[in-house]
Design a protein around this ligand. Structure first.
Ligand SMILES: NC(=O)c1ccc[n+]([C@@H]2O[C@H](COP(=O)([O-])OP(=O)(O)OC[C@H]3O[C@@H](n4cnc5c(N)ncnc54)[C@H](OP(=O)(O)O)[C@@H]3O)[C@@H](O)[C@H]2O)c1
Length: 331
């Protein structure tokens, strides 16, 4: 069996950005249900930080990365939706997208429409499919209708700016939070109806004011520790708190009696990887994302580009809250 050499980013133990090492790895032929893809660009995501620090534990050594775009170079047995030469993009387990070339499961790899560039494809799959499943598949009792108000934390980030635009296209009033006035302006220019600078304003009080005291139907909260309990206070009775991340740290164990006291609330802790568990749901969700991007309703904003070898710098910027929109690693 022939092998090829690829540059890749690997950690040998959990820790800080200094653990990210550029190494050479050997890449072989795809087995059944797998493809080999030559990357054109790689997406950076906050989940990469959780995996690097060990917050989400993995066996070591670990090649990081969950998102990329590229060209299909070889197809294993039983794979019918992809052919050699296809342009493709993915958000997928297992980690390993921080590289030039890899063999991986074909299930979550989707053909990329010609109108969508490789850079956009690499930036949008994990974040765009997340915005899709949150707004379209993580809804309160009775669903979401045009005019409904939702709260979305970290609205100027990668997932956040996509969600602002998608919510607007659904006719929702998205109230975004962000950590600076500049980020708030960015969220508003991408469709947020209101933006709250939660570094200096009390977001619970502002949400009450904006909603005339009623609260919102859903809070989409990826900040976690710092916002979780206050997010519950932003909900109207029967409202839903979808906690989908922990950028500020893990949420403390919850006394579920609080949900009764605050108005028969619902809490969900969703992850993209349950939603993209099958080829069929992955493709359905990706088709919806492709349609939103191709129609111009959602613009994928890439505000930072780093060379693969400079990935440590990319992680430092993301963790220091210095990034907005999406970040890609270039090859
Ligand atoms: N469960 C899922 O399926 C799923 C899928 C994708 C992403 N996510 C989660 O969604 C969130 C957004 O992901 P992303 O890749 O697009 O990242 P991102 O939003 O571009 O970056 C994270 C943002 O979180 C905010 N933040 C608040 N407190 C923070 C803290 N203590 N440290 C660092 N950042 C803090 C910062 O924005 P401000 O400065 O404006 O506060 C920061 O820019 C992440 O938490 C990620 O884990 C979850």
């Amino acid at each position: 069996m022939s092998t090829q050499t690829s540059k890749a980013i690997r950690i040998d133990q959990p820790g800080g950005p200094e653990q990210l090492k550029l190494v050479d790895v050997q890449v072989g032929e795809p087995g059944a249900g797998e493809i080999r893809i030559r990357h054109k660009a790689v997406g950076l995501n906050y989940i990469d930080v959780y995996q690097r620090t060990g917050m989400y534990p993995f066996a070591m050594p670990l090649q990081l990365g969950m998102e990329a775009s590229g060209v299909i170079e070889a197809v294993g047995g039983g794979v019918t939706h992809l052919q050699v030469g296809d342009r493709a993009a993915y958000a997928s387990t297992p980690p390993g997208s921080y590289c030039e070339l890899r063999v991986m499961p074909a299930k979550c790899v989707c053909k990329l429409p010609d109108a969508i560039s490789f850079d956009t494809g690499a930036a949008m799959m994990l974040k765009g499919l997340t915005a899709q499943y949150l707004l379209r598949r993580t809804q309160p009792q009775g669903g979401l209708q045009a005019g409904d108000q939702v709260l979305f934390h970290a609205a100027a980030g990668g997932v956040g700016l996509i969600a602002c635009q998608w919510a607007k296209a659904m006719g929702l009033q998205l109230i975004g939070t962000a950590g600076s006035d500049e980020k708030c302006a960015l969220a508003k220019s991408h469709g947020a109806a209101f933006a709250i600078n939660y570094a200096k304003e009390d977001f619970v009080a502002r949400v009450k004011e904006i909603t005339g005291g009623k609260g919102v139907k859903v809070v989409y909260d990826s900040v976690g520790k710092d916002t979780f309990l206050k997010s519950l206070d932003c909900l109207r009775p029967f409202g839903l708190l979808a906690n989908f991340g922990n950028a500020s740290g893990k949420v403390e164990p919850l006394d579920i009696g609080l949900l009764a006291a605050k108005g028969s609330l619902y809490v969900s802790r969703p992850t993209l990887f349950t939603h993209i568990a099958t080829r069929e749901t992955t493709q359905q969700m990706a088709d919806e994302l492709f349609a939103m991007v191709s129609s111009g309703k959602v613009n994928i904003r890439i505000d930072q580009r780093f060379a693969l070898a400079d990935v440590a710098e990319a992680h430092r910027s993301l963790e220091a809250r210095k990034t907005t929109g999406c970040t890609i690693l270039t090859l």
